[in-house]
Ligand binder design. Structure first.
Ligand code: VGL
Ligand code: ZN
Length: 206
């Protein structure tokens, strides 16, 4: 079966010192590099959160507290600190991430009126990023997902991948959550829908 590795949002703002840091987010990068550099994959693809400075998911646009709940264009929205602003240092891939094996980058979150957690669709499922057709056009049937943050963008990406019919494997030791409890709950649901959760060692042997 042709297999893709999908590296989700390993960007400075989601790593320690970033504006929306995931605790220990950078500690997965070495393992992700090992996966991406292995011969287990037919293709390696990355996603990048890529917001305009006035993005509606930012608390600053609403005079709200970061991490509070509100509405964005009628939909429930967590208001985040400003993060991953297009062309900023925070939006860059973490310098430790080896991007050499990455053959394509799918950006998301450019429309200020809708957030976009999944690498496949925005949160309203109105716009497709093209990732699905890119993968299916290459004959990919199996997708392995890793990166940041486990309970937000990795979760949505893995969930959509499964719903789109890809055999989907979440590599648990190559992701880190903002909120571990939310991620644990998701894992149960994901497995109940046929998703597989494993570790890097089971893929590349080390
Ligand atoms: C993400 C919150 C807001 C992520 C992106 O990449 O997990 N989280 N935007
Ligand atoms: Zn974002």
């Amino acid at each position: 079966m042709k297999t893709a590795l999908l590296i989700v949002d390993i960007q400075n703002d989601f790593c320690p010192g970033g504006s929306l840091e995931v605790k220990d987010g950078d500690t997965i990068i070495q393992a992700v590099n090992e996966l991406a550099g292995s011969d287990s994959y037919d293709i390696v693809v990355a996603t990048q959160d890529w917001h305009p400075a006035n993005h509606g998911s930012f608390a600053s646009q609403h005079g709200a507290e970061p991490f509070s709940n509100g509405k964005l264009d009628g939909e429930n929205q967590i208001f985040w600190p400003d993060h991953c602003i297009q062309n900023s240092e925070g939006a860059n891939f973490h310098p430790d991430l080896n991007t050499a094996p990455v053959k394509a980058i799918f950006r998301k979150g450019m429309d200020e009126l809708v957030d976009s957690y999944s690498g496949f669709f925005d949160n309203k499922r109105k716009r497709d990023t093209g990732l699905r057709h890119y993968l299916s056009g290459l004959g990919i049937e199996e997708v392995h997902v890793c990166g940041l943050a486990a309970d937000v963008c990795v979760k949505s990406t893995a969930s959509d991948s499964l719903d789109l019919g890809f055999k989907t494997i979440l590599i648990e030791d190559c992701t880190k959550a903002i909120n571990d409890g939310d991620f644990e709950k998701f894992i149960e649901l994901f497995q109940s829908k046929g998703g597989i959760v494993t570790n890097k060692k089971n893929i590349i042997g080390v």
